[in-house]
Write a protein that binds this ligand. Structure first.
Ligand SMILES: *[C@@H]1O[C@H](CO)[C@@H](O)[C@H](O)[C@H]1NC(C)=O
Ligand SMILES: *[C@@H]1O[C@H](CO)[C@@H](O)[C@H](O)[C@H]1NC(C)=O
Ligand SMILES: *[C@@H]1O[C@H](CO)[C@@H](O)[C@H](O)[C@H]1NC(C)=O
Ligand SMILES: *[C@@H]1O[C@H](CO)[C@@H](O)[C@H](O)[C@H]1NC(C)=O
Ligand SMILES: *[C@@H]1O[C@H](CO)[C@@H](O)[C@H](O)[C@H]1NC(C)=O
Length: 590
């Protein structure tokens, strides 16, 4: 099945720690597009290792499922008449980048390789030994007229910049206006103006400048964005510029106003660097609002994800009471909300509603409360609900209905839940990420301090990382959880062992082959009986410097890979990788 690429990984590429200005050199972008293919490693253009361009990187294709149909698609995408044969990619030298595609399945008629079915971008169990290559058929008429490629386009950018700076031949005046906030003597608002002269022919690439219909334009901007407008216009010429945190939101706004999509996307990526820096949460909330207004779904998703991961901190931040109903509702539908337990979520939502008072209609209140997953509320807390809930008396029916559902869930086996309204795929039966004991445990691997939880057992073979002057010890924590959160499994426990491996020796001592470090492992110490239909979708949370959750990873075959330094999958940067590892057990019925 063709999977959509993970929207989260989309914007994680431009993380450059410790610099405050980002150089966005987009000049060559138009030549390389997502899903472009090339044949690499051969002198002959019609053969080579197959590589595909994704998220700014060339990567290879694994040979599982690869045959002539796939080769035809590649060759035709490259404008060759067809494929001659399938060969192995390693004949063209060893590749080192990502392996983007695996389990390819093309019909042979697709115009692009990326339109075929495959697992998902970067999801593979292959090594570069299995990279594919192809030899394409060539058009013999071209054979005696080989082409040679010349590219001096880099200097074009600078030349175009000079043309803009000099203003020679410019024919499109732009007047930039912004209110200064002061009033003039006659009481009207004072307006500051800047005049720019640009070239129609350059701006005509973006229809929203209206170069074909008018002879000049006037642009109104906020005062804070005005200084960045010239930079923006210059970018249209050169496709490169320096972006700072103070300019990024303005540039994003201008890019969206004038339909400059590439800049919009790249500026959007830079927001991820900004997001963790504001612990008042005003930035994240206002960015979400901004993303909503501009229809930027990627930015919206990223803000939402960060807020979901850091939900508990959000609820104690100054921004909490000012978040919109829409944002709260969006957060409450997510399964990646990290909270102590579902009861916590109910309580904070109730107090949020109470604080807002009558400004929230009764329907909206019910809508929000219905998003609470009552069956996930720990059973002992369900009993207190009626007496402790501040909104129970207002929404008695809603609470009763949901509590009934929750009680049924807690006293019946999944196979016996026969309520006609019962839908096992209902979100109400899916856990979020609950960190309350006993469902999670923590390994603080960042520093050897006295703050280690005492129940952690450490092997005595610690080692030092002299580079950072920090002492590490390979860590093992064992803990125990019920096999499921339903009350009927209360006394049916499962033991877990959690590890963080920093070196190959630690991995191989346990018979594991770890591909990168650090690597986390969470293993059940006993089997769950088959008939219970329980599946664990456990998660590893990386808490950065005890301040924010910067990464959430799945366990695959008990192992969770940790992305370092803003590589793919590392959503938010964490200086010096100073993580605390939190292991969360998440049982669910299947
Ligand atoms: C490139 O390979 C094709 C297919 O094998 C072959 O027909 C062609 O002669 C080769 N061209 C050169 C310049 O070697
Ligand atoms: C371009 O024209 C449209 C339609 O007349 C208008 O809404 C828009 O504001 C114009 N853009 C600029 C930059 O003036
Ligand atoms: C701008 O265009 C309008 C008509 O579209 C024209 O009347 C005006 O003189 C122009 N202004 C400048 C500065 O060229
Ligand atoms: C519950 O389901 C099991 C099979 O899954 C069945 O054996 C048992 O009789 C059911 N119990 C009730 C009370 O329906
Ligand atoms: C990650 O960044 C830190 C500095 O922030 C550096 O010391 C470390 O070597 C980097 N690690 C990798 C794998 O690039």
């Amino acid at each position: 099945m063709l999977m959509h690429r993970n929207v989260c990984t989309l914007w994680l590429l431009l993380l450059l720690p410790h610099v405050s200005a980002f150089n966005l050199n987009l000049f060559r972008r138009p030549e390389l597009r997502e899903g472009d293919v090339r044949l690499f490693g051969s002198k002959n253009v019609s053969e080579g290792r197959v590589e595909i361009y994704h998220e700014g990187k060339w990567g290879t294709v694994c040979d599982d499922g690869w045959d002539m149909a796939e080769a035809q698609v590649v060759c035709r995408q490259l404008h060759f008449p067809g494929a001659k044969s399938v060969v192995t990619g390693k004949d063209y030298g060893k590749a080192s980048g990502p392996i983007w595609l695996d389990d390819m399945n093309c019909k042979g008629t697709e115009s692009h390789l990326s339109s075929c079915d495959f697992k998902n971008w970067g999801v593979t169990d292959c090594s570069h030994k299995e990279d594919v290559g192809v030899i394409c058929e060539t058009d013999d008429t071209n054979f005696n007229d080989p082409t040679h490629f010349l590219d001096q386009s880099i200097s074009l950018s600078d030349d175009l910049g000079k043309i803009f700076d000099s203003g020679i031949g410019c024919d499109f005046p732009i007047l930039v206006q912004s209110e200064t906030g002061n009033r003039q003597e006659d009481g009207t608002l004072e307006v500051a103006e800047t005049a720019i002269c640009a070239h129609k022919v350059i701006l005509s690439q973006f229809p929203l400048f209206n170069t074909s219909t008018v002879s000049n334009i006037t642009v109104s901007l906020s005062q804070s964005c005005q200084p960045h407008f010239t930079t923006f216009i210059r970018y249209i010429y050169t496709r490169k510029m320096d972006v700072t945190f103070s300019s990024v939101q303005c540039l994003h706004w201008m890019a969206s106003k004038f339909g400059v999509k590439q800049l919009m996307e790249d500026a959007g990526r830079l927001f991820s660097k900004v997001i963790p820096e504001d612990n008042s949460f005003h930035t994240q909330v206002s960015l979400y609002k901004y993303a909503e207004e501009t229809g930027d779904l990627v930015l919206q998703e990223n803000c939402c994800q960060y807020l979901a991961w850091n939900f508990k901190t959000l609820t104690t931040s100054p921004a909490w009471t000012s978040i919109s109903v829409e944002l709260l509702a969006a957060l409450l539908t997510r399964s990646d909300v990290i909270v102590p337990d579902e009861y916590f979520l109910l309580q904070v939502v109730e107090s949020w509603i109470t604080e807002k008072g009558k400004s929230i209609s009764l329907e909206t209140q019910v809508d929000l409360l219905n998003r609470i997953r009552f069956p996930m509320i720990p059973a002992e807390k369900l009993y207190e609900l009626e007496s402790k809930s501040s909104l129970y008396s207002t929404h008695k029916n809603m609470y009763r209905e949901n509590m009934l559902k929750a009680y049924q869930f807690n006293v019946l086996l999944f196979s016996n839940l026969s309520n006609p309204n019962f839908n096992k795929n209902d979100d109400d039966y899916q856990p979020r990420i609950y960190t309350m004991k006993p469902w999670s445990t923590t390994i603080d691997h960042s520093k050897k301090t006295s703050s280690f939880p005492v129940r952690n057992r450490y092997h005595n073979s610690g080692f030092s990382d002299y580079n950072r002057g920090v002492y590490y010890a390979p860590a093992v924590v064992t803990f125990s959880t019920p096999v499921h959160s339903s009350l009927i499994f209360k006394n049916n426990n499962i033991n877990w062992e959690a590890n963080v491996f920093m070196t190959n020796n630690e991995c191989s001592a346990r018979g594991l082959r770890c591909e990168s470090f650090p690597m986390a492992r969470l293993v059940p110490q006993s089997r769950v009986t088959r008939e219970s239909n329980i599946l664990f979708r456990n998660r590893l949370l990386l808490m950065c410097q005890d301040k924010y959750v910067c990464q959430v990873q799945d366990f695959k075959v008990n192992l969770a890979y940790i992305a370092v330094n803003g590589t793919q999958g590392a959503a938010y940067p964490c200086p010096n990788d100073q993580y605390t590892y939190q292991f969360v057990v998440r049982p669910g019925y299947v």
